[in-house]
Design a protein around this ligand. Structure first.
Ligand code: Y43
Ligand code: MG
Length: 200
């Protein structure tokens, strides 16, 4: 199969995917290798935003593309930040918040709330080309709780706040191997690779 472009500008995702892809015989390169810029995520669902990103990268490179749209869904916040996870802690629409801005905002919103249940969601979309009318869509979930303070140095995004009760650790305290065994992204990719192999 052709080289596949990974339609994300997030270095944390790229690092996880490069580890995850080692178990599959597939040639994947991040969109930065082709100078593909970020595209506005104007959808109202994870699926729409993943399709927007995959289509954009496929269009600019002429290659098949895989995009990841993911986020944190918090029960006590009625599912927020959800598809807005990357923009959650922004002070205005122009500036992109840091991971730590987003974590600070999440802790403030949950201040005093008893229910800390949450899950990470990951939607992966594979498009054979920019006009592919039947993208392959897969989804993975990872259940956890939002801690009351950050811990751990690994991972990215909300990982320092995402507490996994069965391991008694936050996602940021796990090694990349441990996270790649159980994460929402790993689950979605497993399903995607299974579907792709039955097609090739
Ligand atoms: O495993 C994860 N561990 C911690 N945080 C995570 C994870 N997975 C997604 N997240 C957070 C990061 C970001 O705040 C949002 C994704 O937003 P999302 O638009 O999909 O990605 P992004 O804008 O960072 O890069 P891009 O759109 O180029 O793929 O959810
Ligand atoms: Mg994004």
């Amino acid at each position: 199969m052709d080289k596949i472009v990974l339609a994300t500008g997030n270095k944390g995702k790229v690092a996880e995917f490069s580890h995850l892809f080692t178990q599959y015989n597939i040639d994947v390169a991040p969109q930065s290798d082709f100078n593909v810029p970020d595209v506005p995520e104007t959808g109202t669902t994870f699926v729409e935003n993943a399709i927007i990103k995959a289509r954009h990268a496929a269009k600019l490179t002429g290659l098949p593309a895989i995009a990841d749209d993911s986020g944190l869904v918090v029960d006590a916040l009625n599912g927020a930040p959800g598809i807005y996870s990357a923009r959650y802690g922004a002070l205005n629409a122009q500036t992109k918040p840091s991971d730590s801005d987003n974590c600070t905002k999440l802790l403030a919103e949950l201040n005093g709330k008893h229910n800390r249940q949450a899950k990470f969601l990951c939607v992966l979309v594979f498009m054979r080309h920019a006009n592919d009318p039947t993208p392959i869509i897969c989804q993975g979930e990872w259940e956890g709780e939002i801690a009351t303070s950050a811990s751990g140095e690994g991972g990215f995004g909300y990982d320092p706040l995402f507490y996994v009760p069965s391991l008694a650790q936050t996602a940021a305290m796990l090694s990349k191997h441990e996270k790649s065994d159980i994460s929402h992204r790993a689950k979605a990719l497993k399903e995607l690779m299974h579907k792709l192999q039955t097609l090739i």
